[in-house]
Design a protein around this ligand. Structure first.
Ligand SMILES: *Cc1c(COP(=O)(O)O)cnc(C)c1O
Length: 458
């Protein structure tokens, strides 16, 4: 008999979590203005709000922290991190930042100006925010297939080369660079193929443009290339990583994802002029160049995390857990973005809460219902997250309306996945009775989903 699959680690330290009653949850949800970001973590039983900064560090990462060099300038921790990044990506210039959006802020302060257009594949919300706040346009060139949640194709995060080429043909002078998000978070944690990265490179070269990878989940992307793309089955994750980044000019990184640290990020590039330009913004925004918002000990933990998470076994354990949850949802017929992405299941709320009008935010309504059902915290990746159109100030209902269940790395067991699946099934079974959603009482102008205040529609 073939041996079953099991985790590539064992547990050395545990953190107790607590269940609550439905009554408690109803009170807490109201106090939180029906926005799960405003719940206290202790009011949550299983937390799938994000996989960002929520992973468990390994014993080797904790050990590395003890070697942290907290020197203000020239800390050896920085050089250990830089050498690891250079070894993995081929990029020689590295600027640490306190997280991914800070990397965007520093790099885009140098590169993006009013009137620019930055084409890419479903820019992440902070990426879009940093482009739009500079009065530039984030032009989405994702393949149309990404919008059809039920279509199973291996690389649903891809850039549509025709859309990209059209953007460049029409607006080349306004385009400072192309950005490719690996994996494509907003489209459901969907990977981008090596073939597609090559096509983007070819178009960029034709128009003499540079390419940035928004690399938060580059290792998961490499795993999908290895397991789904022809010609990569026998390559290591590290070889694939190197090959991916050879097709880019630079990267912004949220180390809270595939770096498996709780806080951190960086910019890396092969170009001295980008480094020199970004440097000027690192110092006022983040700090001196050899720490840029990170502790020495955290840079050491990140160096080890990047190395560990570019090993196949670690990635396989993670991706298989996400797949496991997907299989449980399949048993219950619950629709989600197919195939399952790398870091999360994106439940298709618009297909479930069909009686809730889009103006009443079906995915947010489902997020609230799942919390009330079992204390499970997911998050809306839908119409609220999409913010208003910067020009018309109308809600943007053009995209998908999803409930994201993000799975933290190395944190929960498959028993927790079972609880999530059954809780969602219970909500799914009473979907016909859910006819009213939520309305906005207060919202911020940009990135409103974090602080939006809502009320149930009566
Ligand atoms: C998380 C993320 C970011 C922003 O990083 P933070 O560390 O949260 O600031 C940018 N792009 C993508 C694709 C992300 O997933």
């Amino acid at each position: 008999m073939e041996l079953p699959f099991a985790e590539s680690w064992k547990i050395k330290m545990v953190e107790p979590i607590r269940k609550s009653t439905r009554e408690e949850r109803e009170r807490w949800m109201k106090e939180a203005h029906y926005n799960v970001f405003q719940l206290k973590a202790e009011q949550v039983y299983i937390d799938c709000i994000t996989d960002s900064g929520t992973g468990s560090m390994s014993d080797r990462q904790w050990a590395a922290m003890m070697m942290g060099d907290e020197s203000y300038a020239g800390a050896s921790s920085f050089f250990r991190l830089k050498d690891t990044i250079t070894r993995l990506t081929g990029f020689n210039y590295v600027i640490p930042t306190h997280q991914g959006r800070a990397a965007e802020n520093v790099l885009f302060s140098h590169l993006v100006k009013a009137g620019d257009i930055v084409p890419g594949n479903s820019h992440f919300d902070t990426t879009k925010g940093h482009i739009e706040s500079r009065k530039a346009v984030a032009l989405d060139c994702t393949i149309d297939e990404a919008k059809d949640t039920q279509l199973e194709i291996p690389f649903k995060g891809n850039v549509d080369p025709k859309k990209l080429e059209k953007a460049l043909a029409e607006h080349a002078d306004k385009i400072p660079f192309i950005i490719v998000t690996i994996t494509n978070n907003t489209a459901g944690g969907q990977p981008v193929s090596m073939q597609n990265l090559r096509e983007v490179r070819a178009i960029a070269d034709k128009y003499n443009k540079r390419v940035v990878f928004d690399s938060a989940r580059f290792a998961e992307n490499a795993y999908f290339i290895k397991t789904r793309e022809e010609g990569y089955a026998n390559k290591t994750i590290k070889e694939i990583t190197k090959e991916m980044f050879a097709l880019a000019d630079g990267m912004t990184m949220s180390a809270k994802k595939d770096g498996i640290v709780n806080m951190g990020g960086f910019i890396a590039t092969r170009w001295e002029d980008w480094y020199e330009g970004a440097k000027r913004f690192c110092i006022p925004f983040e700090g001196y160049l050899t720490y840029g918002g990170m502790n020495g000990r955290d840079m050491d933990a990140l160096a080890v995390g990047l190395d560990e998470n570019t090993e196949f076994d670690n990635l396989e354990t993670r991706i298989k857990q996400v797949e496991y949850l997907a299989k449980r949802l399949d048993e219950f017929g619950i629709p989600y973005q197919r195939p399952a992405g790398g870091h999360a299941i994106f439940v298709d709320a618009a297909k479930i809460l069909t009686h809730v009008p889009k103006e009443q935010f079906p995915a947010q309504t489902l997020t609230v219902e799942l919390y009330l059902e079992a204390g499970i915290r997911g998050c809306e990746i839908g119409y609220i997250l999409a913010d208003r159109d910067p020009v018309t100030r109308e809600n943007r209902f053009g995209g998908l309306d999803l409930l994201r269940l993000a799975i933290p790395r190395r944190v929960y067991t498959n028993n927790h996945m079972d609880v999530i699946a059954v809780a969602l099934k219970n909500v799914y079974d009473r979907r016909e009775q859910i006819t009213k959603g939520v309305k906005i009482v207060w919202e911020a102008e940009l990135m409103r989903h974090f602080t939006v205040q809502l009320e149930p529609v009566k």
